[in-house]
Design a protein around this ligand. Sequence first.
Ligand SMILES: Cc1cc2nc3c(=O)[nH]c(=O)nc-3n(C[C@H](O)[C@H](O)[C@H](O)COP(=O)(O)O)c2cc1C
Length: 228
Amino acid sequence: MPATDINVTQALHARRSVRAFTDKPVDPALLKEIFAAAQRAPSGGNLQPWQATVLTGAPWQAVKDAVAVRIAMGREGYEPEYDIYPKGLTEPWDARRFGVGEALYASLGIPREDKAGRLAQFMDNYRGFGAPVMLFLHCSRIMGPPQWSDMGMWLQSVMLLLVEHGLASCPQECWAMYGATVRRTLALDDGQILFTGLAIGHADPAAAVNQWAVPRAPLDEVIDWQGF
Ligand SMILES: Cc1cc2nc3c(=O)[nH]c(=O)nc-3n(C[C@H](O)[C@H](O)[C@H](O)COP(=O)(O)O)c2cc1C
């Protein structure tokens, strides 16, 4: 697929977490080109701590199947890698998290009382929302917060490059709730820690879940200007 000629600003606005994909396959040569470009992402000390495992077809299905077995076990099946959110999340972060969930469910017409409907939507995470490709981003367990931030820069680079090439993605840290299951299925050694999944594919343009406006905090909540 030829690259579009959008600039960085346009790619930033165009990227969104896509939660419905078509089954159209993704060209591995294009993915290779995207990962080669993402290698230019910065990292402290140039450690480049990110490591990824990219799956399609049977290996991707094997992860979905293995996690489905753990899900069927209920809470006992969890094998979390880390706390996804801080315990006792306070404001303004709690309201932002709540707000985006409400907006997502509203886009699908699933009211708060419909617990089963909301759960079903959440569980679609474990199908990668139908994406034909799943990328698992992991790193050595010896890495700390600075290197995790480096992984984030790599991840955003990949997501923007996907947009440039007409592809879509959804980062998915929900897989970390079954992190050990995913690692075992991928045959990753215990020295690795799973950060997140990234569902990759072509967005389903007709899906309402891909069309709602995702809110952002106003700038004055996040930028403190001094000396200007
Ligand atoms: C590291 C990371 C993990 C995420 N994990 C999930 C996830 O498990 N499931 C999901 O539906 N969205 C997930 N998201 C998407 C966020 O909800 C989303 O980025 C945020 O609400 C802003 O929306 P946008 O990406 O559409 O701009 C994740 C995002 C990031 C950056």
